[in-house]
Design a protein around this ligand. Structure first.
Ligand code: HAM
Length: 432
């Protein structure tokens, strides 16, 4: 029985009371993305497995350990997206979005699936807000996406909790030298590295640097740093990114150990670790070789993914003010059958004018209706009985201040309601 009454491990329901907070946070992110010229893209929740093997990389934890992969009834290997970038790249190419000129700027809100060991801030179904920008190799693009993420954290009241960490992991040219040096260093610890890292030593030693095993982590600390191997172009690029960030007062620190857990990155990588929680609320970077890897023309690109679950968790823990989550502006209570009918019609009229209104749908008495109006946080109430219907007039009451105003129940109902409300002072609080 438990199987059907409990959500699968590592998943959560986002229920009323929480979902409103999610919508507010997503609205801030969407607004910020649109301010920066990004347009929304929605891609399928599943893709051909090959897409993730080629992009995320077959020696990453995500691909080796965490993907939800299955064969569909047509015998194809399908994977639930573990992240948003690969699908966005595929969709950009498949739909020829580059035909409109560069840079192409996309954003998305998606669920992702990773078979992880669930714990606080680590889920199997996680949610990300991501942006991807295609067609520019300029450091200004790197600085713009980092600034944009920081602006989001600012608006959400999280900026003080975030430390921006940046690094450059170079291009395939400078990385070849680095890999050699890294492999030589790691070979000295071969018998201490975990089994997975031993298998990565030949194929992709950089992956060992983000292994979660404490022993491998300690070994990684003494490893050569990629920043000492950057070629002139990569070094100049990284310096310009830093200069631009400084010019707009974005504080950051350079973390030469930051390599990120996905294979597609080149040059700038960054993360937004929460000081309070220890985990990253987001991360991203450049991936100048990925579009070509997926079958397109060589196209520089970059982006970030913000972890919505973690951001909401952080905001809740920090007691963020999400404002008034009341769904109801005005509750129209009624006494008697004729009044109930009138309340129903007036409520519908309110809806057609974009006003959040509600009336009794449970055949309750007046007292119970008013209790309900209170519970749902209605700002105003109107009580209709036989007298009100006969007079074509009722009283609009401000539930908080008790202030009362007369309004018409005739054709000018909505107009008189709006006039009465705008004459009152306590407007709904604007959040963020
Ligand atoms: P990522 O670092 O794997 O990057 O994930 C981005 C963010 O998603 C993390 O910083 C974290 O906040 C959240 N996250 C990741 N895994 C989990 C989990 N199991 N539970 C809860 N939250 C999680 C990417 O996914 C890249 N696609 C980002 C990117 C976009 N790079 C370039 N463009």
């Amino acid at each position: 029985m438990e199987l059907i009454t409990k959500a699968p491990k590592g998943t959560v329901d986002i229920i009323p009371g929480e979902s409103e907070k999610w919508s507010l946070v997503e609205a801030v992110m969407t607004d910020e993305a649109e301010l920066n010229g990004f347009s929304e893209i929605r891609t399928p929740v599943f893709e051909h497995t090959e897409l993730f093997l080629r992009s995320v990389g077959d020696t990453t934890d995500v691909v080796e350990k965490q993907m939800y992969t299955f064969e569909d009834k047509g015998g194809r290997s399908i994977t639930l997206r573990p992240e948003g970038t690969a699908g966005a790249v595929r969709a950009m190419l498949e739909n020829g979005l580059y035909n409109g000129g560069y840079p192409v700027k996309l954003y998305y809100k998606t669920s992702c699936y990773r078979y992880e060991k669930p714990q606080a801030g680590r889920l199997r179904e996680l949610h990300q807000f991501g942006v991807e920008m295609f067609g520019t190799a300029e450091p200004a693009a790197d600085a713009q996406v980092i600034a944009m993420a920081m602006s989001i954290f600012n608006r959400l009241g999280l900026a003080d909790d975030i430390e921006v960490s940046i690094n450059s992991i170079g291009c395939p040219t400078c990385r070849a030298e680095y890999r050699k040096a890294l492999r030589t260093y790691l070979e000295g610890y071969k018998d201490q590295l975990c089994e997975t890292c031993n298998s990565r030593l030949e194929r992709n030693p950089m992956r060992i640097l983000d292994c979660k095993s404490p022993v491998c982590g300690e070994i990684a600390k003494g490893a050569p740093k990629i920043t000492d191997y950057l070629c002139d172009d990569c070094r100049a690029h990284f310096e310009k990114v830093q200069m631009l960030l400084k010019s707009i007062d974005i504080p950051f620190s350079i973390d030469p150990g930051l390599v990120r857990g996905l294979d597609y990155y080149t040059r700038t990588v960054f993360e937004f670790p929460s000081k309070r929680f220890g985990f990253a609320l987001g991360g991203g970077g450049r991936y100048d070789g990925l579009v070509e890897e997926v079958g397109g023309k060589p196209t520089p690109a970059l982006g970030f993914g913000l972890g919505l679950d973690r951001i909401l968790m952080a905001m809740n823990e920090m007691g963020a003010d999400f404002g008034n989550d009341s769904k109801c502006e005005v509750y129209i209570a009624s006494l008697g059958e004729a009044a109930q009918m009138k309340a129903f019609q007036l409520t519908e009229k309110m809806h057609s004018c974009g006003i959040a209104a509600d009336c009794d749908l449970c055949a309750r008495g007046l007292k119970a209706q008013m209790k309900y109006a209170d519970k749902i946080g209605a700002q105003y109430s109107i009580v209709l009985g036989d007298d009100e219907i006969a007079n074509g007039e009722a009283v609009l009451k401000n539930m908080k201040t008790g202030e009362k105003k007369k309004i018409s129940l005739n054709d000018d109902f909505v107009d008189t309601y709006i006039t009465a409300v705008t004459e009152q002072e306590d407007a709904m609080p604007i959040t963020f």
